[in-house]
Design a protein around this ligand. Structure first.
Ligand SMILES: Nc1ncnc2c1ncn2[C@@H]1O[C@H](COP(=O)(O)OP(=O)(O)OP(=O)(O)O)[C@@H](O)[C@H]1O
Length: 925
């Protein structure tokens, strides 16, 4: 252990552009030895340091003089500190890190230190094993932030006897080469807090601390040493106003100044020789640098200054700070650990002592037992350290075996119950530990405390890892949620698109149905048109054929009637002639009788036929009369209705007149032709009826004549018939009679045949008559209607009131017709709509069916998707669990190494790597 001053070196940088622009000029002058500088600005002053480097000093020079020896010390087990102080832009970072870490000329102190450390390790004896750990922190706004693990932004500062003051929880990365250290530097540097100020484009707003811990172990003896090297790049020391910092950086500047003020106060306290208290705890900076300033450390302070008159005030301030710091004395010592052999010896010694103490305690317990049971121990028998005998009880009242133990009398010192309690109490000698022993105990305690703190930091890291993993899990869950929601959105969009497609398909179907219905309507209308055309043609044909047919039928029936009448009259003539001849003759031959009889029969049959015809005609007449009555009744009823409706009718006169004339014209046009044809038909029918009536009367007359003839014949024939029946004719006569009978029979047969023929003819006539009657009735009805309409029209025409009524009726009729038409149209349209609706319903059902299928399909797909997603989730969870397990056993998230990489002295780095691979275990201490 040796007392040593802090080494203070001063470095001037060249004037920068700002300074030149502002008209600044160099105001420094170094002495030849380079140990002091004259400031020749507004004031003239001189400042002496261990070394003063001018503006053109190379990085290597600064390193060689200022830091190289410290590196050797740290490798030898000392603590070391190099820190750079100065205003913003004065070259602190340039000095510490350099402008380019990979540029051999411009790399700063830290890269050179790192190189030097590994060089020194390589030059060490090969029985020495080293580990190198690096931490990188910054103090920003009075918070210690781990630059290698930036989420740890408020680390606590602890202190113990072994480690001294240390930052708890700071990540320590094991490194085994300069490249690894550079990588750590790069990673940490990217996390630094910087801001642009007037003085510097990229100004460090925080104090950065690089801690390199080198541990070495003699693998032969097990003795270990460890040295810590702090490399500190302080924030700018200038006043706030000059930096131009504002806003948040103003707050920063205040706090940074506070830290630097505390640093100044610490230096003052350490150097004024009066202060008993050093305010290390006033700031995080001074607390961490406690060992470096007045403690166990080899320290170099590099003060960086501007040579320009523009920054004279700041330069003076910085130089004064350096001068003050120069007087600080440190007490650096090797941080050595005991070797196992030393520890064993110590343990042996401690064990012996423990046995001795135990014996002493037992003796004391025995003595206390005697005292407590009311006995006394003479002073000579009092227990003492190194005397293992048990005191004997001298008091008769007290049982020496009270506690079941034999206390040897020799252990007791003389004591009397009569003496006061205080004087009778045994004297407990103080336990005096030797200084070495105390140190050993403290060292052990420190070891244990360190172990505990390591465990604590490890626990904190684990907690951090768990938190990170939790955050990662949450992030993944969030991601998963997003994926699910996206998936759902896409599924719903797809579903909507499908539904839209279905809708379009359905609308298309509907359109097709509408087109089909329009086609059908068109077809129906075309059919209707054709039908109307056909009907018109047919009607025209019917009209023409009816006229022809009517004429023909009339002629035929007339000729038939004429024939019938001629037959009847011929028969009558034959009968009359026969009767006249018979009257003139005296005798009547059988043949004549038979002929007469035959004629008579024929006449009779004809009479019967005409009688039945007359009856039938009478019936027809009656039915026609009935029909006439019915028609009259319906006519009356219609008339009544018409009158009732007419009474209700009111309308505008002019409109009525106009409508009436229009209607009249229409009616005249409409009914002129049918009226004429119907009038013609009526005339024809009237003539036909007259003809029929004449025929009827003629027939009736013929019948009456025939009846009269028949009666005469009956009278005439009856006596002859009696004679014929009673007389027995001769055989020839008999044969003649038989022949005449046969003739009569044959005549009868022929008459029966004729009769049947007549009957058939009669039936045909009747049918014809019936059809004619029906036709007549129809024509009569039509005629009546026409007449009625015509009469109505005439009436309407003649009377204004009637006209009004007529118009009203016409309107009603039109309305009714319209309503009927509408109803018919509605009916047909309803039918169409019904069929359309049915088709649409079918299409809708099909759509519903397809949508159901779609829904089922979508649900099925969704289910599959969910299952797939569950599987993915499970896989993700498994992966997460695996990575969690792996992380537990591996490095922190930064990817930096936390496993010790021992380096052996006297060999190359590659050899070290090979040896390290061969090692089965490594204990850092
Ligand atoms: N000795 C030097 N030689 C050449 N250039 C230098 C020297 N010192 C500093 N510079 C230059 O001056 C500028 C400011 O230097 P640097 O960033 O190191 O200042 P700083 O004191 O670290 O500032 P801050 O406190 O704002 O971080 C840089 O561009 C740097 O390259």
């Amino acid at each position: 252990m040796s007392g040593n001053n802090i080494k203070v070196v001063c470095r001037f940088r060249p004037q920068n552009k700002l300074e030149i622009k502002e008209g600044g000029v160099p105001i420094i002058e170094l002495n030849d030895e380079g140990t002091s500088v004259d400031l020749n600005g507004e004031t003239r002053s001189n400042y002496a340091f261990d070394k003063v480097f001018g503006s053109n000093t190379r990085q290597e020079e600064v390193f060689d003089y200022s830091v190289k020896s410290i590196v050797d010390d740290v490798v030898a087990g000392y603590n070391g500190t190099v820190f750079a102080y100065g205003q913003t832009g004065s070259g602190k970072t340039f000095t510490m890190m350099g402008s380019d870490i990979d540029d051999n000329d411009n790399k700063g102190i830290i890269p050179r230190i790192v190189e030097q450390i590994f060089k020194s390790i390589m030059l060490s004896p090969d029985n020495m094993e080293f580990t190198v750990k690096v931490s990188y922190m910054e103090i920003y706004m009075e918070k210690v932030r781990d630059l290698l693990n930036p989420s740890m932004d408020n680390l606590a500062i602890h202190e113990d006897k072994v480690k001294g003051v240390y930052v708890k929880g700071a990540l320590e990365v094991y490194v085994s080469s300069t490249e690894e250290v550079y990588e750590v530097m790069r990673q940490g540097g990217s996390n630094r807090v910087v801001a642009s100020t007037n003085m510097n484009a990229e100004s460090s707003r925080s104090h950065s601390l690089v801690l390199i811990t080198i541990t070495q172990k003699n693998i032969d003896t097990g003795a270990a040493k460890s040295g810590k090297l702090y490399l500190v790049d302080l924030a700018g020391s200038e006043k706030v106003g000059k930096t131009g910092a504002s806003g948040q950086t103003l707050e920063e500047a205040k706090k940074i100044n506070k830290s630097l003020t505390a640093l100044g106060m610490v230096i003052n306290s350490l150097t004024d020789g009066k202060s008993s208290h050093v305010p290390y705890r006033d700031s995080k900076l001074t607390r961490i640098l406690q060992e470096s300033l007045g403690g166990n450390s080899r320290t170099t302070l590099i003060i960086n200054c501007s040579p320009s008159s523009y920054n004279e005030a700041e330069t003076i301030s910085t130089l004064r700070f350096g001068v003050r710091a120069k007087t600080i004395k440190n007490k650096a010592k090797v941080n050595a650990d005991l070797s196992p052999a030393e520890l064993k010896a110590l343990l042996k010694k401690v064990k012996v002592e423990t046995t001795s103490y135990r014996t002493y305690i037992t003796a004391l317990e025995g003595e206390i037992g005697i005292w407590r049971s009311g006995g006394s121990v003479s002073e000579s028998q009092w227990a003492s350290l190194g005397d293992t005998s048990t005191p004997a009880m001298t008091n008769g009242g007290a049982d020496a075996n009270t506690n079941g133990r034999q206390i040897p009398p020799a252990a007791f010192k003389s004591a009397s119950l009569d003496e006061g309690a205080s004087s009778s109490r045994p004297y407990t000698p103080p336990i005096a530990l030797e200084k070495d022993e105390r140190d050993q105990f403290l060292q052990r305690e420190n070891e244990l405390l360190e172990l505990i703190s390591e465990k604590e930091s490890e626990l904190a890291n684990r907690e951090k890892q768990v938190e990170d993993l939790q955050a990662d899990l949450n992030q993944r869950k969030e991601h998963e949620k997003n994926i699910i929601s996206n998936n759902q959105q896409m599924t719903s969009e797809l579903g909507e698109a499908k539904i839209q497609l279905e809708k379009v398909t359905y609308e298309n179907k509907e359109g097709l149905i509408t087109v089909d219905s329009l086609k059908e309507k068109n077809k129906a209308l075309t059919g209707e048109l054709d039908h109307l055309r056909q009907a018109l043609t047919k009607h025209q044909e019917n009209a023409s054929s009816l006229n022809k047919h009517t004429d023909k039928n009339d002629l035929t029936s007339s000729s038939n009637y004429i024939d019938d009448l001629s037959i009847v009259s011929a028969k009558g003539n034959v009968i009359t002639e026969t009767l006249q001849r018979l009257s003139s003759q005296d005798e009547v031959s059988v043949d004549e009788v038979a002929l007469l009889n035959r004629n008579l029969m024929e006449s009779k049959a004809l009479v019967n036929y005409y009688e039945s015809m007359i009856r039938q005609l009478g019936i027809d007449k009656e039915s026609m009369i009935e029909k006439q009555v019915g028609l009259e009744a319906s006519y009356n009823m219609l008339k009544l209705k018409y009158e009732t409706l007419s009474e209700k009718g009111t309308s505008d006169e002019e409109y009525q007149q106009e409508a009436m004339s229009k209607y009249k014209l229409q009616l005249e046009q409409k009914y002129a032709e049918p009226l004429e044809s119907q009038a013609r038909e009526l005339d024809e029918l009237s003539e036909m009826i007259q003809g029929k009536n004449q025929q009827e009367s003629k027939l009736a007359a013929s019948i009456a004549e025939l009846k009269m003839i028949n009666g005469k014949l009956q009278i005439f024939i009856s006596p002859h018939l009696k004679d014929v029946q009673t007389a027995q004719p001769p055989s020839t006569e008999n044969s003649k009679a038989t022949a005449s009978e046969n003739e009569v029979n044959a005549m009868r047969k022929s008459m029966a045949q004729q009769l049947s023929e007549f009957e058939a003819m009669k039936k045909a006539l009747m049918r014809d008559l019936q059809s004619r009657s029906e036709r007549v009735v129809d024509l009569e009805i039509s005629l009546d209607e026409t007449r009625e309409q015509y009469a109505n029209a005439l009436r309407a025409n003649s009377n204004k009131v009637q006209q009004k009524k007529m118009i009203f009726l016409e309107r009603n009729l039109e309305q009714l017709t319209n309503v009927q038409k509408q109803l018919v149209e509605q009916n047909s349209s309803l039918k169409m709509e019904t069929s359309l609706a049915e088709r649409k319903l079918t299409a809708k059902n099909e759509q519903i069916h397809s949508l159901e299928n779609l829904l089922n399909d979508t649900q099925y797909k969704l289910k599959i998707e969910m299952e797939r997603f569950e599987t993915q989730m499970q896989a993700m969870r498994d992966r997460l669990e695996l990575s969690r397990k792996n992380k537990k056993a591996a490095l922190p998230a930064t990817g930096l190494n936390r496993i010790a990489k021992p380096l052996r002295g006297g060999v190359t780095i590659q050899d070290n790597a090979d040896k390290r691979d061969r090692r089965s275990s490594w204990l850092p201490f």
